[in-house]
Design a protein around this ligand. Structure first.
Ligand code: SAM
Length: 304
């Protein structure tokens, strides 16, 4: 595809004069741009527009409905943090559920734990899985772990059918709350997550940016405080290709054995799996630091 002319890529984003610019009503008045070397794939599934392009400086990029989901260069920051923040906060996790995450990166990170016996994933869009396997082999490698069971379907419906107390951890690796992921930010969904967790089980959900979405974060924190009677925390990390360059996570635990998210207890066994892919981003210090919030954010989250 010729990248010098204007190309519509779904949502409000476009490629103009060889630059992808990410526009959305979720970040009005600003747009991050990446220089495009080549468009590798454009398609439309039942749920969303998909695009993969080769960028000049961040490797291959996956875009859904005009919004960057991951780049080869900085995906480690997101995938490692959304996975190891919850899993290193409990000892010996055995059963984990991923909602969304069709690229496979979170699965790749979960597979590092030798204690884990069962990894279920429910992704709504099979085309995301197929595209990841074709263009992002170092990310989709997560699907190759024999403990992984892939379900294609809506995460909301999947969770409703889960027997009470099934999982040690649920990781919600969703897109933004416009489109198929909208319900993943609503109260009934969090109620199903809490039911699906064992006492003292943990959830980690993608929870947007403190620079852009304090109102969404405030609503999520309020909902989580009503539902999760263990602990409720907000953490954040840097991901340069996400809007405002950062992304947050809600980390909550159900009533039961106390979980202190700020004091990791877990242990990633790098030698049993993924020994050829050492961690790039996560470490104990960054785990603890990710819960330190700027004053403006702490004020809102504390009062929610
Ligand atoms: N792992 C990624 C990263 O590194 O940033 C990004 C997000 S991931 C690709 C988000 C996924 O959530 C998408 O594949 C999308 O199809 C999926 N999704 C959205 N709504 C969903 C729903 N209701 N149930 C299950 N999956 C959903």
């Amino acid at each position: 595809v010729e990248v010098e002319s204007a190309v519509n890529v779904g949502g409000n984003s476009s490629i103009i004069h060889g630059w992808f610019s990410e526009l959305s009503p979720m970040w009005p008045g600003e747009a991050h741009s990446l220089k495009v070397e080549k468009i590798l794939f454009q398609g439309k599934s039942k749920y969303q527009n998909l695009m993969v392009f080769e960028s000049s400086t961040y490797g291959k990029v996956l875009v859904l409905d005009g919004v960057i989901q991951l780049t080869e260069r900085d995906e480690c920051a997101y995938q490692e943090m959304i996975t190891h923040l919850p899993l290193c906060s409990i000892s010996n996790p055995k059963k984990v559920l991923v909602i969304g995450g069709g690229d496979g990166g979170v699965l790749r990170e979960i597979a590092r734990y030798s204690s884990i016996e069962q990894i279920d994933i429910c992704e709504i869009d099979e085309m995301v899985v197929d595209i990841s396997k074709k263009f992002f082999p170092k990310i989709s490698v997560g699907f190759e772990d024999p403990r992984v069971n892939l379900h294609i379907g809506d995460g909301v419906a999947f969770l409703k059918a889960v027997p009470i107390g099934t999982y040690d951890a649920v990781i919600v690796d969703s897109s933004d709350p416009i489109g198929p992921a909208q319900e993943l930010f609503e109260k009934p969904f969090f109620e199903s997550v809490a039911k699906a967790l064992r006492p003292g089980g943990v959830v980690c959900t993608q929870a947007e940016s403190i620079w852009l979405h304090m109102h969404i974060i405030e609503d999520i924190v309020t909902i989580c405080r009503q539902i999760f009677k263990g602990s409720v925390n907000y953490a954040w990390t840097t991901v340069p290709t996400y809007p405002s360059g950062i992304i947050g996570f809600m980390l909550c635990s159900t009533e039961g054995p106390v979980v202190d998210f700020k004091q990791p207890v877990g242990f990633i066994n790098e030698s049993t799996s993924n020994s050829d892919r050492p961690l790039k981003f996560y470490n104990k210090e960054i785990h603890q630091a990710s819960f330190c919030l700027p004053t403006f954010a702490r004020r809102v989250i504390d009062r929610a």
